[in-house]
Design a protein around this ligand. Structure first.
Ligand code: ADP
Ligand code: MG
Ligand code: MG
Length: 253
């Protein structure tokens, strides 16, 4: 049983005009086995939240805390966060020239587990997970994300999730750019990882579509850098019908 607790998280980035606050007091608690959806308009700070949890250096935490099972996540390096069981599937996964997917996965697994996995069972697991995600074996010898289509990148992210076995997974717009078949396959991957690992999951999305496949226990609405509403799955249905307008404060006249 794990718990990720985010309290009063305030985050700024450095801009040409000086520091700009993007997150203004986010509170969120995620337990093992729970699926939380974070929904909100573009520019509301969803990716900033994900990147801050993962330890992206551009984002400065000016107030608040993030803990995983009581340990201070903000004190940890990016590697230590991954080792502690945090996983981020990025909105825009980056290519890693010169590194094959096969090497990347094994290196990441070795770093996180503290020792290299035994080769035969590892390969069997990799191939099994790739089969589940309908990824051909040829991807193993390709450079990570290099020339991958949008859908292939997202599958490669979920492949990492399945193999690295984190405690908490944050999926930033994993639905973007997926056709219905790919969305179903990727969602099945997330659901099976959740069941097998008792994973806590944060699904960040602009659209309700993915939530038909990955059923959230809780829905949080993000606007202007904080959570402005929360509820159960029914809230996602309302957002589908009504959009986010009612959460956006009109500019002063
Ligand atoms: P979302 O994922 O909800 O679309 P983001 O977290 O990507 O929102 O961005 C929130 C706001 O913060 C946007 O206005 C964006 O332009 C700004 N922002 C994010 N990262 C940076 C950065 N590194 N430098 C300057 N502004 C940023
Ligand atoms: Mg965006
Ligand atoms: Mg985003």
């Amino acid at each position: 049983m794990s718990q990720l607790v985010i309290q009063n998280l305030c985050v700024s980035v450095e801009t040409d005009q000086g520091p700009k606050e993007i997150l203004s007091g986010v509170n969120l608690t995620i337990n093992s086995g729970e699926i939380h959806a974070i929904m909100g308009p573009n520019g509301s700070g969803k990716s900033t939240l994900a990147a801050t949890i993962a330890g992206h250096p551009s984002y400065e935490v000016t107030d608040g805390s993030i803990t995983l099972d009581g340990e201070d996540v903000l004190e940890m390096s990016v590697d230590e966060r991954a080792k502690a069981g945090l996983f981020l599937a990025m909105q825009y996964p980056v290519a890693i020239p010169g590194v094959t997917l096969s090497n990347f996965l094994r290196t990441a697994k070795t770093a996180i587990a503290g020792e290299a996995p035994a080769l035969r069972p590892w390969l069997k697991e990799v191939r099994g997970s790739m089969e589940d995600l309908r990824m051909g074996n040829e991807f193993l010898e390709r450079n990570v994300n290099e020339g991958f289509s949008g859908g292939e990148k997202k599958r490669a992210e979920i492949l990492q999730l399945k193999l690295l076995k984190p405690k908490m997974a944050i999926l930033d717009e994993t639905d973007s750019g997926l056709d219905v078949d790919a969305l179903r396959i990727v969602s099945e991957g997330v659901n099976s990882a959740k069941d097998e690992l008792d994973l806590g999951v944060v699904v960040i999305t602009h659209y309700t579509r993915i939530l038909r496949y990955i059923k959230p226990d809780f829905v949080h609405v993000f606007a202007n850098g904080k959570i402005v509403d929360q509820g159960g799955p029914e809230l996602a249905e309302q957002l589908e019908d009504q959009g986010y307008d009612r959460y956006l404060v009109p500019a002063e006249a």
